[in-house]
Write a protein that binds this ligand. Structure first.
Ligand code: ATR
Length: 285
């Protein structure tokens, strides 16, 4: 029930129509008995600073930030967590004592999913497709795992070379990072993660790479969650590769945001994750 004790949470971005975040967060509030409501706010870029001040004035407890503002939000905050600062991207803002602090749960969310689903992750060769904003958070989090070998491929290879160099010089400990310029190298990797926008509208009938170039048995993961089964994942399933859906990462980054906002415990998160996946799979049978 919404009443005078209900606290406001939300998502700012452009576009936000069709976001699944309200479904996740309002489910958390309902099942955990937290007096909160989560709404989406479509913000024009010229109004971003005003929107952030407005959220502060209204006393929101926390909010998420999505495309295209994950970097633009940083100078508008009062503080930033070291990982989000290093990645140059914030997707979660926590309000404490009237001050806004930025965090990044995108990369850690994906990694939590990978740890659960890929045995011996720390010994794997992982190929990230794309070198844009989403890739930066994911590669930064992956580069913190000792033992893995991280390859970054991008359509415009200079961006992959630059990101790999940034991560390799001082930011990664015990993880090898390299840019991948030849498609022939794709067959070396055990896990492939698509962070490009290929697969979402209007490119729903495209894939970023040819699936036949991958190693047999490689795990194929797509962070695109709309559509649920991207063409890349459909082709991977057809060719017998294990897959990880984008919705799993979306749920995980949201649960990590809830942990920051409401200090949720791991057993609560486990139950919520199971319930959300069951609900979601019911829609996509
Ligand atoms: P995001 O924050 O979602 O990562 P972005 O920073 O604009 O968005 O990055 C988009 C990524 O998708 C980039 O790696 C981009 O490749 P380029 O750097 O070559 O532009 C990639 N991308 C977009 N359209 C693509 C396509 N048709 N084929 C391959 N990669 C594509």
């Amino acid at each position: 029930m919404i009443d005078s004790t209900t606290q406001l949470y939300g998502l700012i971005g452009n576009p936000v129509l069709g976001s699944r975040s309200p479904w996740i967060h309002n489910h958390v509030f309902n099942t955990c008995g937290i007096p909160g409501v989560y709404l989406t706010f479509n913000v024009e870029s010229k109004a971003l600073a005003e929107a952030v001040l407005g959220l502060k004035a209204l006393g929101v407890k926390g909010f998420n930030v999505t495309m295209p503002y994950k970097s633009d939000i940083i100078p508008l905050l009062d503080g930033i967590d070291p990982f989000a600062k290093q990645m140059g991207a914030v997707n979660t803002v926590v309000c404490k004592g009237g001050q806004f602090y930025g965090h990044n749960t995108d990369g850690p969310g994906l990694i939590a999913v990978l740890w659960r689903q890929v045995p011996e992750l720390e010994q794997k060769k992982i190929l990230v497709l794309g070198a844009g904003g989403a890739s930066r958070g994911i590669c930064g989090a992956l580069a913190s795992i000792k033992g893995i070998m991280l390859g970054i491929w991008n359509r415009s290879s200079d961006k992959a070379v630059q990101l790999a160099a940034e991560l390799d010089h001082g930011k990664s400990e015990g993880c090898t990072v390299a840019s991948v310029c030849s498609e022939n190298a794709f067959a070396d990797y055990d896990v492939v993660i698509n962070t490009t926008s290929v697969g979402m509208a209007p490119e729903t009938e495209h894939t970023p790479i040819n699936i036949n170039l991958l190693k047999q048995g490689a795990v194929v993961c797509d962070i695109v969650y709309k559509p649920h089964r991207t063409l890349l994942l459909r082709e991977a399933i057809h060719a017998g590769y294990p897959v990880i859906y984008g919705i799993e990462m979306l749920i995980e980054q949201a649960l990590l945001a809830q942990k920051l906002w409401n200090d949720l415990k791991d057993d609560q998160l486990f139950e919520i994750r199971e319930a959300l996946m069951k609900d979601f799979e019911g829609f996509h049978k």
